[in-house]
Design a protein around this ligand. Sequence first.
Ligand SMILES: Nc1ncnc2c1ncn2[C@@H]1O[C@H](COP(=O)(O)OP(=O)(O)O)[C@@H](O)[C@H]1O
Ligand SMILES: [Mg+2]
Length: 213
Amino acid sequence: MALLRALGLSHAFDYPLFNSLTFTLEAGEAMAIVGVSGCGKSTLLHCCSTLLEPNEGEVYFNGTLLYGKDSNHALHVRRKEFGIIFQSHYLFKGFNARENVELAALLADSQIDQSLLDNLGIAPVMHQKIGELSGGQQQRVSIARVLAKKPKIIFADEPTGNLDSLTANEVMDVLFEYVDTYKAALMLVTHDEKLAHRCNSVFALRDLGLQRI
Ligand SMILES: Nc1ncnc2c1ncn2[C@@H]1O[C@H](COP(=O)(O)OP(=O)(O)O)[C@@H](O)[C@H]1O
Ligand SMILES: [Mg+2]
């Protein structure tokens, strides 16, 4: 069974963004969505990741409806099964990096993987306060925090937007390795086509539809 199934998704704000999108995301698969700024990539990611109920259509996680009668279900899935990485991170400023990652692991009944910190290159800075870290280091801590809870699906919205290209590729390596190891899935939104093509499938959001490229 697909980990994620989107059926006939449509959404509009001031203008229609997408119309009747249908796709699936399987365990072990990474999918990328590219498209010009303002075309609705983030909105689509939000619809798939419990953050926004689409105007029309259905989203299923592991066969269960996200936006059904039981509104607690989406919340439960978001907490336990989904990891959402934003362009700008939301770390607790007063805490150090380790406390930020530990808190996420604790909330999810999980444990921090030392190799994760090593691969992200943040092991040496885990004792530092968030405010003392560079933007790139902060983003890597926020990715460690998301992976610490061992999500089944990672939703990443321009996750490497504020990283240099070498660090961006290293961070993507960590995400791909995670997906492979845990048979999880990744839905990546990016305007960087080169990065997108490291995924198993790449779609362009244009003319209200998804076109495979
Ligand atoms: N919560 C919202 N309320 C109203 N308009 C929104 C909201 N979120 C996004 N939009 C609008 O929808 C369009 C698509 O936004 P977005 O999904 O962020 O595009 P992208 O991520 O591809 O740049 C933009 O015109 C944006 O201003
Ligand atoms: Mg966006």
